[in-house]
Design a binder for this molecule. Structure first.
Ligand SMILES: Nc1nc2c(ncn2[C@@H]2O[C@H](COP(=O)(O)OP(=O)(O)OP(=O)(O)O)[C@@H](O)[C@H]2O)c(=O)[nH]1
Ligand SMILES: [Mg+2]
Length: 689
């Protein structure tokens, strides 16, 4: 029994994780937009008596040192003792995909190409001769269909073959006479001198070859990376005793290339890569001279249209909320009734004492108060999963990108994280890893929390049911749009004040539309929904118990009254919120505990009111504290202030300092305060009180 370690590498959104899941039977996140996988995942399978370890890598277009996920993939190929790299390639975008392939070939990786999405290539009338392609590249090319496992057995057979008989994939790579002369290594694999290279021509290679420590990667690769100004490789070479000589040769080669081509070395290398790919495609792919617009192109003519894009985006969100709130309502009522019956039963059997108060006020009031919104949350996740898997979510990001790039100058790659922020801010922050510039990345992290995450939905659901019964969906839509508008404004201000500088343009790739599979959508919905249930059983439960304890102490007070510790804390904090329209102690307490997790705003209210308003329901209790205007200001505050502990913690771990979490807390709190203030005071002026 052998142990074979393989890595799945390739462009974003080509089906690496789909193949990984098929191979390992695991359930890593798959979705129809680029940049889902940001960390590598590991799994394994047994195939014909061998153990195959599989590593799913984040997608990338290049192997430069520009962003974290590129470095992860590169380090994997360079450092880890993998046996085979399976390059998953989208057959319908062969040209672009092969650009990464050439860079892995520069590394001499032991490569196999898994040609995926062949159906989409056929739809475009691209006929790929994979045998020819394989011959030209000097590496095996296997056609697969990752989604149903077609061809996966042949792929595994090939992996087994190649793992014990490795291929030097750099062999067939040619970069024109000029570069080839300068970048060819002096010795071949067997240590035989390659005599045909004229003397002095490959002197940079010879200089690199003098330091054995630099030879864990091909010397040619190091030279290319030096020419490309790669930060990490440059640092590594600087540490070499040979560095003076190497940089001297680099300088003279750079000058030479500039003289000959009149371009930067980086461009020259890219041009050569494309020329190589161009040749490959001409030889091995038969495609029509004029590409017919695909169905995706036809849909995109409207969906990403300059004028229609935003109205369509808003219309889809509107529909999402209408469906969510209308369908969820009856189910919500059922769960509510269930908890009421359970509470009454506990009270009648246990009588009024500390135990029944703990169970009824603390647990049922707290956790139950949030679980009531399970149907809304699940429906919302269902809708998001459908939008995500169909490919629309990437379009939404694209449409927002156009607006924000013009208005704010924010980097295009910021939009996937922002759209993800509608689900949960934590993965959204992780997704900022694809951004090259630290400044863009930090700015994006600071505005992601304004995208309304699902944890806030219970708060909206509670308030719209009480104050805006007839327009629930519309009001929630307006809150979401408010979040987007605030994100744009805050980004513009921060950018002007602290994050000056030009942002590099970025062309966002739009995945092909797909009819989402029922199974895929249900799996996604469940994965997200399960996260909510787990949260109810952990942080929400803990904070509910804390609220209950503070509401019951000091000994002898009536639960949840102003005399309790909870009431005292709220009374001290309440004046801060008075200018925003909600100056009572209960909202103040709810907001304070809600810093832990937004759902706890709801659990706190339900825990406080379930008893004091016996049977009247929490809606009626809220009506004594809020008017529709102050309720709206309160929802806006919940939308905009510090998202939750988990978010702050993620910022801490992603930036490795306490500075940015501090900035985040400040920015979100100030923004929430200012916006709620404007809503309330503006509403008063308009006579909406
Ligand atoms: N029709 C079809 N769709 C596929 C196939 N393989 C993957 N997909 C779909 O393509 C999309 C992207 O798949 P992923 O596996 O998440 O892609 P990835 O390469 O891991 O993407 P990143 O993690 O972003 O780099 C998903 O919507 C998949 O369902 C395939 O063989 N046929
Ligand atoms: Mg993936």
């Amino acid at each position: 029994m052998e142990n074979i370690k393989i890595g799945l590498a390739g462009n974003p959104n080509v089906g690496k994780t789909t193949l990984f899941n098929y191979l390992t039977g695991m359930r890593q996140h798959v979705g129809n937009w680029p940049g889902k996988t940001v960390e590598k995942a590991e799994g394994h399978l047994n195939y014909k008596g061998d153990k195959v370890e599989v590593i799913d890598l984040p997608g990338n277009y290049a192997l430069t040192a520009h962003s974290i996920e590129e470095i992860i993939s590169r380090d994997f190929i360079v450092d880890e003792s993998s046996d085979v790299i399976v390059n998953v390639v989208d057959a319908s975008n062969l040209e672009r995909n092969l650009y990464l392939t050439t860079q892995m070939m520069e590394l001499g990786a032991n490569l196999i190409i898994a040609l995926n999405m062949n159906k989409f290539a056929k739809n475009k009338e691209h006929n790929i001769n994979s045998k020819e392609l394989s011959k030209l590249l000097g590496i095996p090319v296997i056609e697969i269909e990752a989604i149903d496992g077609t061809g996966v057995d042949s792929l595994l057979d090939e992996i087994k073959k190649v793992s014990s008989n490795s291929i030097d994939s750099s062999k067939k790579l040619v970069y024109g006479k000029e570069l080839t002369l300068h970048l060819t290594e002096s010795y071949d694999d067997d240590g035989k001198e390659l005599l045909e290279i004229p003397e002095k021509h490959n002197s940079i290679i010879q200089a690199i070859e003098k330091d054995k420590n630099l030879l864990d990667v091909p010397a040619t690769w190091t030279a290319i990376k030096l020419l490309e100004n790669d930060k990490i490789v440059t640092e590594k070479v600087k540490a070499s005793p040979e560095f003076r000589n190497i940089f001297k040769e680099l300088d003279s080669l750079e000058k030479h290339l500039k003289d000959v081509f009149g371009e930067d070395p980086e461009e020259i290398i890219a041009n050569y890569r494309y020329a190589f790919i161009d040749g490959l495609i001409k030889e091995s792919v038969d495609k029509p001279d004029f590409e017919k617009p695909t169905t995706s192109d036809k849909i995109d003519k409207y969906v990403t249209n300059r004028l229609l894009g935003i109205p369509i985006f808003i219309a889809i969100m509107w529909l999402t909320f209408q469906i969510t709130f209308t369908v969820a309502e009856p189910f919500q009522g059922l769960i509510e009734e269930g908890f009421t019956v359970l509470g009454d039963f506990l009270l009648s059997t246990l009588g009024e004492n500390i135990v029944s108060s703990f169970l009824v006020d603390g647990i049922i009031g707290g956790v139950g108060g949030v679980l009531v919104f399970l149907p809304v949350i699940f429906l919302m996740f269902l809708m998001i999963s459908i939008l995500e898997d169909s490919g629309y979510l990437a379009r939404a990001a694209f449409v927002m990108d156009k607006v924000m790039h013009k208005a704010v100058g924010l980097h295009g790659k910021a939009f996937i994280p922002m759209i993800l922020g509608f689900g949960c801010g934590v993965p959204a922050v992780m997704a900022t890893r694809t951004m090259e510039h630290e400044r863009d990345r930090l700015l994006t992290m600071l505005i992601v929390p304004f995208m309304s995450c699902t944890a806030r939905i219970p708060v909206y659901a509670l308030f719209v049911a009480a104050f805006f019964t007839a327009n629930q969906g519309n009001i929630v839509l307006s809150i979401y749009l408010l979040g987007i508008a605030v994100a744009i404004i805050v980004a513009a201000i921060l950018k002007k004040a602290f994050f000056k500088g030009i942002t590099s343009p970025f062309v966002m790739e739009l995945p092909t539309y797909k009819v989402p599979s029922v199974k895929g959508v249900l799996i996604h919905t469940w994965e997200k929904g399960y996260g909510f249930i787990r949260k109810a059983g952990t942080i929400i439960l803990l904070l509910s118990i804390l609220v209950w304890a503070l509401g019951s102490l000091p000994a002898g007070v009536d639960y949840g009254t102003q005399e309790s510790y909870l009431g005292q804390i709220g009374t001290v904090a309440a004046p801060v919120f008075a200018p925003l329209g909600f100056g009572d102690w209960q909202p103040a307490v709810a907001l304070i505990v809600g810093i832990g997790a937004k759902e706890v705003v709801v659990s706190t209210f339900s825990s406080l009111f379930e008893v004091s308003e016996e049977g009247e329901g929490i809606s009626n209790a809220l009506k004594t504290l809020f008017t529709p205007l102050t309720a709206y200001a309160f929802m806006a505050f919940v939308l905009l202030y510090v998202p939750c502990f988990a978010f702050v913690g993620t910022i801490k771990s992603e930036t490795n300092s306490w500075k940015w979490p501090g900035v985040l807390v400040l920015v979100t709190f100030v923004t929430a305060y200012v916006v709620s203030f404007l809503i309330y005071q503006g509403g008063l002026l308009l006579g909406l009180a």
